[in-house]
Design a protein around this ligand. Structure first.
Ligand code: COA
Ligand code: MG
Length: 309
C-alpha cells in the first residue's frame, strides 16, 4: 500500500489552496466538500474540485474527495458528480459520519453503477469516517461491508459531540485533551478503530490536530496515534505536513533496532532456538514480527540504500 502518513484536507471552494496543496509534500490530499464548505458554496465547491482533479498532473500526492454525509441533500450528488467526472483521478472517496453498513452499501452500489456506465474500471476505494456513537458501535460491520472500504478514519470533533463530551479547546480537534482526562482522552475510540481496521486489512487514520501553530502539540498527538497503530493523520494546514511525515516514518534508530532483532532472529534460528537474548532483552517470534513491520515500512518509503537490502 502507498504511504498515508499525512493527509491534507483542502476546503473545496478555496481554489487557491488547491494549487498550494497539489505542490505540497503531503502523502495524500483530501478535497473537502463537507464541513469546511458552507452550504451556499457546496455546488461551487463540487465544480471547483472536479476542475482541479481533471487538470491535476500525474505527479501529485494521492487524491481523494470527502463528500457530504449521505443524510444531507448534498452527499449523493457529490458522489455521483465527482465519480462520473473525475473518478479516474481519485483513489478514494471519504464518506463522513458513517453510522451503518447500509451507508457503505449505498455508496458501493452507486460506484458500481458509475463504473458500469463508464465502461472501464473505476477502482475507487471508500474511506469510512467514524465520528458518531452509532458508527463506533457498528464498526465491525462497517469495516466488513465492502471490498471498496480501504480505510477507517477517526472524526474527533463530531465524535465528541455525538457522545456528549465537553469542548475543551477552541478547535475541538485534539488540543488540551489531557488537561481534563488522565492519559489519552480518545484512547478507546481510536484503538477500537485501529483494531477494526487491522482485523479487516484496512488503514487506520487519526483525526487532525486543530491548533496548527502548536507543533509540539501536533507532534505529541501524532506520536500517540502512531503508537496505537494508526498509519497516518489528517492535516488541516500545510505547516503540519513535515511533522506528520517525520512522526510516521521509522527513524534511523527504529530501523537499526529492527535490523538488530532480525539478525538475532536469524542467528537464533540457525541454532534451533525460538527465543534469544539480545543485550539482556528477550527477542522472540513476536518481536520479529514487529521488527519486520518496521523493515517493510522503511522499504515502502525507500529509506534503504541497496547495501541494506
Ligand atoms: N490546504 C492548502 N493550503 C492551505 C491550507 C490547506 N488546508 N490551509 C492554509 N493554506 C495556505 C493558505 O492559503 C496560505 O497560502 P498563501 O501563503 O499562498 O496565501 C498559507 O497556506 C498560509 O495559511 P494561513 O494564513 O496560515 O492560514 P489561514 O488563516 O488562511 O487558514 C485555516 C487557516 C485553518 C482556516 C485553513 O488552514 C483551512 O481552511 N484548513 C482546512 C480546514 C478543513 O479542511 N477542515 C475540514 C477537515 S477537518
Ligand atoms: Mg466530522
Amino acid at each position: 500500500m502507498l504511504p498515508t502518513r499525512s493527509i491534507l484536507s483542502v476546503p473545496g471552494h478555496v481554489e487557491k489552496m488547491h494549487a498550494k496543496a497539489l505542490g505540497s509534500k503531503a502523502d495524500a490530499l483530501l478535497f473537502d466538500l463537507e464541513d469546511s464548505v458552507p452550504p451556499e458554496a457546496k455546488a461551487d465547491a463540487r465544480r471547483m474540485v472536479i476542475r482541479t482533479l481533471q487538470s491535476a498532473g500525474k505527479q501529485t500526492p494521492q487524491l481523494s474527495v470527502r463528500i457530504n454525509a449521505l443524510d444531507t441533500p448534498f452527499g449523493y450528488r457529490d458522489l455521483l458528480e465527482v465519480a462520473e467526472a473525475a473518478g479516474d483521478r481519485i483513489g478514494t472517496v471519504v464518506i463522513p459520519k458513517v453510522n451503518h453498513p447500509g451507508d457503505i452499501h449505498f455508496a458501493e452500489r452507486m460506484l458500481d453503477g458509475i463504473e458500469l456506465a463508464a465502461g472501464k474500471p473505476l477502482p475507487i476505494g471508500i474511506e469510512a469516517s467514524i465520528e458518531t456513537a452509532q458508527g463506533l458501535e457498528r464498526i465491525r460491520a462497517i469495516a466488513d461491508s465492502s471490498s471498496r472500504v480501504k480505510t477507517l478514519v477517526f472524526g474527533i470533533a463530531d465524535y465528541s459531540a455525538s457522545v456528549g463530551a465537553r469542548l475543551v479547546s477552541l478547535s475541538g480537534h485534539g488540543e488540551k485533551e489531557d488537561d481534563i482526562y488522565p492519559g489519552h482522552r480518545w484512547h478507546y475510540a481510536l484503538s477500537r478503530i485501529v483494531m477494526a481496521a487491522k482485523a479487516h486489512g484496512l488503514m487506520a487514520i487519526d483525526a487532525p490536530y486543530g491548533y496548527f501553530k502548536d507543533d509540539a502539540g501536533l507532534e505529541k498527538a501524532a506520536t500517540m496515534a502512531c503508537a496505537l497503530g494508526c498509519d497516518g493523520k489528517w492535516a488541516i494546514h500545510p505547516a503540519q505536513i513535515d511533522t506528520l511525515n517525520r512522526v510516521f516514518t521509522p527513524s534511523a534508530e527504529d530501523i537499526a533496532r529492527a535490523k538488530k532483532v532480525l539478525a538475532a532472529a536469524d542467528a537464533a534460528e540457525a541454532k534451533g532456538r525460538g527465543a534469544v537474548a539480545v543485550e539482556g532483552r528477550m527477542v522472540d517470534q513476536a518481536t520479529v514480527g514487529l521488527a519486520r513491520r518496521v523493515w517493510e515500512q522503511a522499504r515502502a518509503l525507500h529509506l534503504f540504500d541497496a547495501a541494506d537490502e
